[in-house]
Unconditional design. Structure first.
Length: 272
C-alpha cells in the first residue's frame, strides 16, 4: 500500500460518539458498585461530557476505589516515559509536558491525570501508535501482536462478521459516509487492533481494577474493547458507560449519559 494511502487511512481512525435508545438516570456511584473494569467513553471534544465523566470517577475514588487508569490518549510504547513522569511530577501539567503527545486537547484530560497523581493511581498507556497502526493497515490485525496473543484472540482467523460489519458502519458514519471501499478494510483493522491492545493491557493490570478512558467507539459492548476483554479466560466483570450527544452514533453500552452537543464547525468539511 502506498505511503500516501496509509496516511489517509490514519487521518481519521478515531471514531466519534455513539448513541442508544435508552437513557439511564445518573446516580452517585459507590465502591460496592465498581466492576473489575469500568469503561468510560467520550466524544473527544465535548467539554460537558468530560466534566460529567470526571465527576463520576472522582466520586468513586473519593469513596475509596483505587483502580489503575488506562488512557487511549497515550501510546503503549510510551509507558516507560509515563512511569517516570508519574514518579517525578507533582501535577498534571508536568506529566502532560513530559509526555509531549500531540493531537489531544490536554486541558480536557488534566483533571483525570491530576486525580491519578493525587491518589497514587497508576496511569496506563494503552493506545496503538501511528507506526503500529501503519503496519496494521498494511499487514492486518495480527501483525502488531506476538504469537501468544495471536493464538489467544484467534487473530489468524477472519474477524467475527458482526465486528467487521459493525466497525465498517461506525467508521462510515463517523466519516460522513465518505470512506472509500479501498480505505475501509485497513481502517477497520486498525480500529480492531487498538481495541485488542486496550483489552490486553487492561487484563495485564489484574488483580487491580481498571478504568479505561477512551472514545465512545472503543467502549462499545458489541464491537469495542468489551467484546475482546472477555474473549479469553478468566472472565472479568465489566461495565461500560457512553457519554453521548443527542445525534451521536448508535452503539451498545450498559449505561448512557446524555450530554449536550458540542458547538463545532461542520464535521464533514474535512472529509470533503
Amino acid at each position: 500500500m502506498k505511503p500516501y494511502t496509509i496516511a489517509l487511512l490514519l487521518a481519521g481512525l478515531a471514531l466519534a460518539g455513539c448513541s442508544s435508545k435508552q437513557t439511564v438516570a445518573y446516580t452517585a456511584p459507590t465502591t460496592a458498585s465498581n466492576p473489575q473494569v469500568l469503561l468510560l467513553g467520550e466524544v473527544h471534544d465535548n467539554k460537558e461530557g468530560h466534566k460529567l465523566r470526571f465527576e463520576d470517577l472522582r466520586q468513586r475514588v473519593e469513596a475509596g476505589w483505587r483502580p489503575a487508569i488506562a488512557m487511549e490518549q497515550f501510546d503503549r510504547e510510551s509507558q516507560g516515559l509515563l512511569d517516570e513522569a508519574q514518579k517525578g511530577c507533582l501535577d498534571a501539567s508536568c506529566v502532560i509536558s513530559v509526555m509531549n503527545k500531540k493531537g489531544w486537547d490536554w486541558q480536557l484530560y488534566h483533571p483525570i491525570i491530576q486525580l491519578a497523581l493525587s491518589n497514587h493511581l497508576p496511569l496506563i498507556a494503552v493506545n496503538l501508535s501511528r507506526t503500529d497502526a501503519s503496519k496494521v493497515v498494511r499487514d492486518g490485525v495480527a501483525s502488531s501482536f506476538d504469537a501468544a496473543t495471536v493464538a489467544a484472540y484467534k487473530l489468524k482467523e477472519p474477524l467475527p462478521s458482526d465486528v467487521r460489519r459493525g466497525q465498517e458502519k461506525a467508521i462510515q458514519e463517523g466519516h460522513c459516509n465518505m470512506a472509500s471501499d479501498m480505505m475501509l478494510p485497513g481502517m477497520v483493522n486498525a480500529q480492531v487492533a487498538r481495541d485488542i491492545w486496550m483489552a490486553k493491557l487492561i487484563r495485564q493490570q489484574q488483580p487491580r481494577d481498571v478504568v479505561l478512558i477512551a472514545g465512545n467507539g472503543h467502549v462499545r459492548k458489541d464491537i469495542g474493547v468489551p467484546r475482546w476483554l472477555n474473549a479469553i479466560e478468566p472472565r472479568l466483570t465489566v461495565r461500560t458507560i457512553g457519554f453521548i450527544e443527542p445525534d451521536g452514533l448508535q452503539g451498545s453500552y450498559d449505561e448512557i449519559r446524555k450530554v449536550a452537543a458540542q458547538k463545532r464547525t461542520d464535521p464533514c468539511a474535512k472529509f470533503k
